[in-house]
Design a protein around this ligand. Structure first.
Ligand SMILES: [Zn+2]
Length: 356
């Protein structure tokens, strides 16, 4: 089964975790033996070979760098210029992977069709480049709105205006409040350029405001359901219905605290919380029941998004295990057509529509 994963922080792992993602997962883990600087050391689940092994041939890959004002205690850069420079380093890594034949940027319909043809050529044994659509998680690093145009020119195709906490353009998870003029101006420019709005991480106020002001294509790259795990990071049923009404696809995330209620970071373990891939299927079921179709669900795992095996389903060792998901969903009565849509078809339909 061909799989599209709509949210992976690949370059963040390369540049901030110092992971050479060309290596097998086990070798990346071994290289981190004894490191204590991050909680997920030695527990990564993503690498380019693991993506190939799992037939995950197309991903949405991020640039990510937060700006923090003096009173903001989240980790981040102390000026937008530093955050911009960080994202340019991340872009340079993607370009180096392209030069090495490991990855391929997909930024338009023709490129998408060419890339899919390579993955469907019937030669599963040959090394194929991982296709990536460039996305920006949190817009803080755009020094000015003009920088969005620069970014579009180098291939940026989706923007989530917010991440955690207060943002320069929009407030995100755990924050509240409406966007100001610059946030609305960002949405206007995105719409003009045809950049996809990623509704993930927008705080509730900004979420509804963004849907009102933005008339372009909206997706949610990595988001689960508030009805199952009650937290502002998750979508309420009303939000899910509104997104479905806009033709959105919502990527299911594999971060354990978003999958099972009561998760305590650094304390809970996937085994004791019974966090398996079945819990992802629960999220899928909820959205399908709520919207009455399988058209709005996709994969958006966020694997290695600053957490590793200690905070993912216990029956997933590497991202290649995503192949277990369609088996689990088939067991719940989904048809082959449903599975094709949820594992890749919905994202591809969305992209064809957005880029036509
Ligand atoms: Zn995120």
């Amino acid at each position: 089964m061909f799989i599209v994963d709509a949210h992976l922080d690949l370059s963040m792992n390369a540049m901030e975790w110092n992971r050479d993602l060309r290596l097998p997962v086990n070798e990346i883990r071994a290289r981190e033996h004894g490191l204590r600087d991050k909680p997920d050391r030695g527990r990564g689940t993503v690498s380019l070979p693991a993506l190939r092994q799992g037939n995950v041939g197309l991903v949405v890959a991020t640039q990510i760098a937060r700006y923090v004002a003096p009173e903001n205690k989240l980790p981040g850069w102390f000026s937008p210029e530093q955050a911009w420079a960080q994202t340019q380093g991340q872009l340079a890594w993607y370009k180096a992977m392209e030069q090495d034949g490991e990855m391929r940027m997909v930024k338009d319909l023709a490129g998408l069709d060419e890339h899919l043809a390579v993955w469907q050529d019937g030669h599963a044994d040959t090394k194929k480049p991982i296709g990536y659509i460039l996305s920006l998680e949190g817009a803080d690093s755009l020094i000015t709105i003009d920088h969005l145009e620069t970014a579009f020119q180098y291939g940026l195709r989706a923007v989530g205006p917010a991440h955690y906490g207060p943002g320069r353009y929009a407030n995100g998870t755990d924050a509240t409040g409406q966007m100001q003029d610059n946030g609305i101006a960002l949405l206007t420019k995105m719409e003009e350029l045809g950049i996809i709005l990623d509704a993930t991480h927008l705080c509730d106020d900004a979420f509804w405001q963004a849907l009102d002001h933005f008339n372009g294509h909206v997706w949610a790259s990595h988001n689960n359901c508030r009805a199952l795990v009650n937290h502002n990071r998750q979508f309420s049923d009303d939000m899910i219905k509104a997104l479905a009404g806009r033709g959105a696809v919502i990527g299911m995330a594999l971060d354990a605290w978003m999958m099972v209620p009561g998760w305590q970071r650094g304390v809970s373990t996937p085994q004791e919380m019974d966090c398996s891939l079945e819990k992802m299927a629960d999220q899928v079921d909820h959205i399908c029941q709520l919207t009455g179709s399988s058209d709005h669900v996709g994969m958006g795992t966020d694997l290695d998004g600053a957490f590793g095996k200690e905070q993912t389903p216990y029956d997933l060792d590497s991202i290649a295990d995503l192949q277990k998901v369609p088996v689990i969903l088939a067991g719940r009565g989904y048809t082959q057509e449903d599975l094709d849509k949820m594992m890749h078809g919905n994202w591809l339909r969305f992209l064809r529509n957005a880029w036509s």
